[in-house]
Design a protein around this ligand. Structure first.
Ligand code: GLY
Length: 354
């Protein structure tokens, strides 16, 4: 797979990725390398990456526990203190090896330590490969509210090694697939159609589909890196999806929802709003619902959950002047940003989901 260049950095793939990483490490001569991983990726992925790194530079591994619950300022504080204690200076680099939690958190820790040190992303989950590690969004949650604290800052380079997916749990694969389906819905109907049935796909087909998703995301981000307009389209399904994800995180008695599972619900509900507000085809909308339900099943959301979930929408990062701004679809591949909807319609969208 040919490397993909953005304005600020390049995304490299598989063996070429390690070659580019080695050339980069040789050229920049960092004072020290810090590898950030969680318990799982430290065990399953870090040894493989280290086996492919050819450098004399001293390195330390910073390990955190896995899970979205770790994406908070307390963990950042611990990491900043460790970096300081281990003598990280502005010529040090952090290599983030993990899923979206690691690339979001590690990018933020690097971007704020000593007013910013470089970082490199090696995403190991499908979600991080096609979304989280690309585009420079870094940050952490505030309590259960998703990604409220953070900065946009780009990595030095990204190495996407799709061989890590061979050991990724099925639920995590499904979670990442939701972002790929989103890329189809907002940008490319043909891509959306091809993603719906992966049963006959080979690993090589999957590599190609991942590559297409990264190109879609990269092209959207290139037009609007700081999310003033078109980049908001990448939040399709996320306005309601993030609120549902936060609500389920807050209620530990509920089934744990992965990010992709929550935004799959968000995409079904925001498709309903698209039908209601933008004349999106009702027939196409039903098809979208059945595609998501066939992949993600049905999650019980009680009537009593609806009001608190709607309440959480006020924390969405796209809100402006007190308005909740939705991304809706006029048609597949034709998104519209800054759409305002009323609360009754959101209740109807829950009914549509149920
Ligand atoms: N995950 C959406 C974005 O990067 O804009």
């Amino acid at each position: 797979m040919t490397s993909i260049s953005t304005q600020d950095y390049t995304i490299h793939f598989n063996e070429t990725g390690y070659k580019a990483l080695n050339e980069h490490l040789k050229a920049v001569r960092y004072s020290k390398v810090f590898i950030l991983a969680d318990e799982n990726t430290n065990m399953d992925c870090v040894p493989f990456v280290l086996g492919n790194i050819d450098t004399e530079i001293e390195y330390d591994i910073l390990e955190i526990e896995p899970g979205e619950e770790q994406k908070n300022l307390d963990i950042c504080l611990g990491l900043w203190e460790t970096l300081s204690e281990y003598g990280a200076d502005r010529k040090s680099v952090i290599i983030n090896i993990g899923g979206g939690v690691i690339t979001d958190l590690g990018g933020f820790v690097a971007s704020t330590y000593k007013r910013g040190i470089p970082f490199i992303n090696i995403p190991t989950s499908l979600l991080a490969m096609v979304d989280a590690s690309i585009g420079g969004k870094t940050g952490v949650d505030l309590g259960h509210l998703k990604n409220q604290i953070g900065v946009i800052n780009t990595p030095e380079l990204i190495v996407v090694d799709t061989s890590f997916l061979a050991t990724l749990p099925q639920l995590e694969m499904r979670s990442g697939l939701a972002e790929m389906l989103k890329h189809g819905l907002i940008f490319d109907e043909d891509y959306w159609n091809r993603l719906q049935d992966l049963s006959a796909s080979t690993l090589a087909d999957l590599d190609g589909l991942i590559y297409e998703s990264i190109i879609i995301k990269k092209n959207i981000v290139a037009q609007d890196p700081t999310e003033q307009g078109v980049r908001k389209t990448l939040n399709y399904g996320h306005t309601i999806g993030h609120a549902i994800e936060s609500y389920f995180l807050e209620h530990s008695e509920y089934k744990r929802l992965l990010h992709g599972e929550a935004i799959a619900i968000g995409m079904i509900m925001e498709t309903y709003l698209s039908i209601k507000y933008l004349d999106f085809s009702a027939e196409e909308g039903k098809k979208i619902k059945s595609v998501f339900k066939s992949i993600y099943g049905h999650v019980t959301i009680l009537d009593s959950d609806q009001a608190p979930i709607i309440e959480l929408l006020k924390y969405d990062k796209k809100n402006e002047h007190g308005n909740i701004n939705f991304v809706l679809l006029e048609a597949i591949g034709k998104p519209k940003v800054n759409c305002i909807v009323d609360n009754n319609s959101i209740i109807e969208a829950f009914e549509f989901y149920n």
